[in-house]
Design a protein around this ligand. Structure first.
Ligand code: IPD
Length: 279
């Protein structure tokens, strides 16, 4: 049988590597920062430039008519964020922009590809560590050339959990986030962590460094590639209420297994987040 989407996958890996090199170089020069939805929602010239490089290369290679593109900075500028059945690239040029601005050493390029609303592959290039995480549906997950799998820990008390604070500082939301973290910490778990990039967090679940990562308020471009990588590494994805994972819902639990996921879900205090594809 034809190796469907292999060409797109190989190209995505190459583009992610190229984009990562641009980010690394930019980090050594002056970083110009602007804000988006709030004073803590940062965007840099590099985010915009790298997204243009990625989408430009993809359009040149695969044609503008047949493929669709959802990119963080394009959506910020008013482009639609709707997943159709068409082959669609979902891109975060710089995941961990706050880290990038501060020189905190986790920054990732995230590129995913969906067809008929199903994710076919995901590539997360953690560009400061120079680690290429990647996975194709049904073909396993890899970090560089090594196969990766989730942790086999089943006891919540032997786990490390990642959660993030997001970019919304409204007191009610922050209160719920910290209340959830407090309850999970006091189960007790071995530790709570957060790398500052959702894409990298998911790769940490995929390679077994942590047992789970959850967040409300993330966007589809932060987690689309990571979702394929976690699944192919043997992990699971769920909604924060235990229902099925929905890429556009801005809510996600990723975990090594259902037992750990369910235990965390019991503690999550849910707050509203408008869907990515809200009209
Ligand atoms: C952010 C990071 C962060 C997560 C935020 C995201 P960005 O992405 O993934 O870990 O907590 O919700 O917005 O803005 O740096 O691409």
């Amino acid at each position: 049988a034809e190796d469907l989407w292999k060409k797109e996958y190989d190209f995505a890996v190459a583009v992610a590597r190229k984009a990562g090199a641009v980010i690394r170089e930019a980090g050594e020069k002056e970083i110009k920062v602007c804000t988006k939805s709030s004073t803590v929602d940062l965007v840099t010239k590099t985010d915009e430039r790298v997204e243009k490089i990625i989408i430009g290369s993809l359009k040149e290679e695969f044609g503008e008519g047949t493929h669709c593109f959802i990119g963080e900075e394009s959506v910020a500028k008013g482009e639609p964020c709707i997943l159709t059945d068409k082959p669609t690239w979902i891109i975060d040029p710089v995941d961990g922009t706050t880290n990038f601005v501060h020189g905190f050493p986790f920054v990732a390029v995230s590129i995913a590809f969906a067809v008929n609303k199903e994710l076919e592959f995901g590539v997360v290039y953690s560009c400061l560590e120079d680690k290429m995480y990647k996975a194709r549906r049904g073909k396993g997950a890899f970090c560089d050339d090594d196969r990766i799998t989730v942790s086999d820990v089943e006891e919540i008390k032997k786990s490390i959990i990642i959660s993030e604070h997001g970019t919304d500082r409204s007191p009610e939301k922050v209160k719920k986030i910290f209340s959830t973290m407090q309850k999970i910490l006091c189960i007790p778990v071995h530790g709570l962590r957060g790398s500052g990039t959702a894409a990298t967090n998911m790769c940490l679940v995929a390679c077994g460094a942590v047992e789970a990562f959850f967040e409300i308020g993330i966007h589809c471009w932060d987690i689309a590639a990571g979702a394929v990588i976690v699944k192919e590494a043997g992990g699971i994805l769920l909604d924060v209420d235990g229902g099925p994972f929905d890429l556009m819902s801005r809510r996600m639990v990723s975990a090594n297994n259902k037992k750990i996921a369910d235990r965390i879900i019991k503690e999550i205090e849910i707050f509203p987040a408008e869907r990515d594809d809200a009209p």
